[in-house]
Design a protein around this ligand. Structure first.
Ligand SMILES: *Cc1c(COP(=O)(O)O)cnc(C)c1O
Length: 368
């Protein structure tokens, strides 16, 4: 069975991890700082703070930008439930909005209709790695004094109009979980330009402990530290950072291969009437995942057919406004509900062979 996704890891990652073992310092330390610097340089970002998951990156970013009880956050319903859980964790209110069915990115016109004085943040998701309309989002943010917190879990390495995602917005959150564009095993990062908020995030990731007071008193009183803000235990470990360092070195070959697979799929599916392929920004996107929309209510049927043949499939994602826990925030979203019944994720990962790719295409074609 071809899986939908799989990390590409090997001896390079093990070697970096071994270096950490040799130092005996497994937690937050110099390997994490090295990884942060490497990511910062790769993205061209001003500040990068590494954390232990993409979910905690989003949570800590919302918290550091002051999102709190009763604040409202506009977010597409079509996303991983992590995007919503971090909002409700702060007792803030998710205001669900529609997506554009051709890209699955946030629908800017629908978003505009949902703006009120209670909206404190907007969380766009760069779906499958394709960037959202950042010009429009940043303009809306500026005009209404709303922070744009990008969920870029799918989009590490992608660009928008020649600029890397994470190098220019208010704040951008990445995930390095096992199946993301690069992995740390588990991991995440926050990228932003505001130095003060970046410092706040650095304190928050390690229980609100102020490193500056720690350093100031270190010589005289080595045991002294101050807790200055609400914090969490969200820091990345040296072990995870080591995996990330090895992965980052391979990213350009990952990108080239995954772009080629997407182009081959798009070509292979082009004239099939029963499905819709997404609009891809080929030159600027690092494809995270590949999904089609199966029309005429035939997704379940196609899923069974492909699984029977040995092609793994998935649904990314079930709309969140339909989830039991998010019912209190539910609102009718006809486009999202329609698309949510059509999307079907097909295998896409670096180690796929030419035969694997051809097999997926032929299997989908065979269904029709
Ligand atoms: C993966 C993902 C997350 C969460 O990242 P983790 O590292 O798994 O916690 C958040 N949002 C989206 C859209 C994701 O795909």
């Amino acid at each position: 069975m071809l899986p939908v996704s799989r990390p590409s890891i090997g001896s390079e990652e093990l070697e970096e991890v071994k270096k950490v073992f040799d130092t005996g310092w497994l937690g937050l330390g110099s390997t994490v700082f090295e990884f942060e610097n490497a990511v910062k340089e790769y993205l061209g970002a001003k500040n990068v703070i590494a954390v232990n998951t993409g979910t905690t990156a989003l949570h800590i970013a919302l918290d550091a930008f002051g999102i709190t009880e009763g604040d409202e956050v506009i977010v597409p319903s079509l996303t991983f439930c992590a995007s919503i859980q971090v909002i409700t964790a702060l007792r803030a209110i998710p205001v669900f909005c529609e997506v554009d069915p051709d890209t699955l990115n946030i629908d800017i016109n629908d978003l505009r209709k949902r703006i009120t004085p209670k909206i404190k943040a907007i969380m766009p998701i760069h779906y499958c790695g394709n960037a959202c309309d950042m010009d429009a989002l940043m303009e809306i943010g500026k005009n209404h004094n709303i922070v744009i917190i990008e969920d870029a879990a799918h989009a590490f390495g992608s660009s928008y109009k020649g600029k890397k995602i994470g190098s220019f917005g208010d704040v951008t959150c990445f995930s390095f979980d096992p199946i993301k564009n690069i992995t740390c095993g588990e991991g995440g990062a926050v990228a932003l330009s505001d130095d003060d908020v970046a410092e706040e995030i650095r304190r928050k990731r390690i229980l609100g402990i102020d490193k500056d007071t720690w350093h100031r008193y270190k010589n005289k009183r080595s045991w002294f530290y101050e807790v200055t803000t609400q914090g969490y235990r969200y820091h990345m470990s040296n072990i995870n950072a080591a995996i990330g360092l090895a992965q980052l070195k391979k990213i350009s070959v990952f990108i080239e291969k995954k772009r080629k697979i997407v182009a081959t799929y798009n070509e292979g599916f082009r004239n099939l009437k029963g499905i819709k392929i997404l609009n891809w920004n080929h030159d600027e996107t690092v494809p995270f995942t590949y999904m089609i929309r199966v029309l005429d209510g035939r997704r379940g049927e196609m899923m069974d057919f492909l699984n029977e043949k040995g092609v793994g499939t998935g649904v990314h994602y079930i709309p969140n406004h339909l989830q039991p826990f998010f019912k209190p925030f539910s609102t009718p979203l006809p486009i999202t509900e329609q698309v949510g019944e059509e999307i079907l994720t097909l295998p896409l990962y670096y180690d796929m062979t030419e035969n694997d790719i051809e097999f997926v295409i032929q299997s989908v074609r065979a269904f029709f």
